[in-house]
Design a protein around this ligand. Structure first.
Ligand code: ATP
Ligand code: MG
Length: 195
């Protein structure tokens, strides 16, 4: 099976993430996309806003009913800093027959050379890079051996980030339609991101 891996903090998940997954799923003919909330992301300093179990629950609520989307808590269960190489090795071990496509937004593409054990990772997954407003998803700056492991896909551009969602909640503004209804409801009931 062809499996898309959608890593992220998902603090919270928003329609940009969902449309990214859906677009790649269609364009590459993936069988499934697995959403993998990171425990502690390697590249972020900020203490996360919502608790790990809340980020996971919001992902679950967001994809509920989609027959190709799944949630995996593999990085949360492992604990510590979530390095993609460790996650991918684990998944390859558990599912030796699958081909993995690691989906990343344009902001991540240019940092690929900095990913821990990237030279190993490029042999284990195909990266799928997506344009994202405000970022250039060009492959020009990448070393040839990394570039060879990345293919680009397209999606309708969504100028949204979890940061913007958190900022809007902190300012008392609505995030309706920026996140799925059920996620919006969960954020309200649990009073997430209010301060
Ligand atoms: P934050 O503002 O907290 O960094 P984020 O919106 O960037 O949140 P992440 O959880 O950091 O969300 O990102 C998970 C993945 O989704 C990353 O690969 C990121 O590039 C991608 N992504 C996030 N938002 C978009 C978007 N609007 N369009 C395309 N890709 C996106
Ligand atoms: Mg981000």
């Amino acid at each position: 099976m062809k499996i898309g891996l959608m890593g992220g903090t998902f603090d919270p998940i928003h329609i940009g993430h969902l449309l990214a997954a859906q677009s790649v799923c269609e364009e590459l003919g993936l069988d499934e996309v697995w959403f993998m909330p990171a425990n502690v992301p390697p590249h972020k300093e900020r203490p996360v806003g919502a608790a790990p179990h809340q980020r996971l629950e919001m992902v679950r609520l967001a994809i509920e009913g989609h027959d190709r989307f799944r949630t995996t808590a593999v990085e949360l269960e492992k604990g510590g800093v979530s390095y993609s190489i460790e996650t991918v090795l684990l998944l390859r071990n558990q599912y030796p027959g699958h081909d993995f496509y690691y989906i990343i937004g344009a902001d991540m593409v240019r940092y690929l050379p900095k990913w821990v054990r990237i030279d190993e990772l490029t042999g284990l997954v195909t990266f799928v890079g997506l344009q994202r407003p405000g970022y250039e998803a060009g492959l020009d700056g990448l070393p040839q051996h990394i570039r060879a492991a990345v293919r680009l896909a397209s999606m309708p551009q969504i100028e949204l980030s979890s940061t913007l969602i958190r900022e809007r909640k902190a300012a008392g503004l609505p995030v309706r339609y920026m996140v799925p209804d059920r996620v919006n409801h969960y954020i309200e009931v649990n009073r997430l991101y209010e301060t």
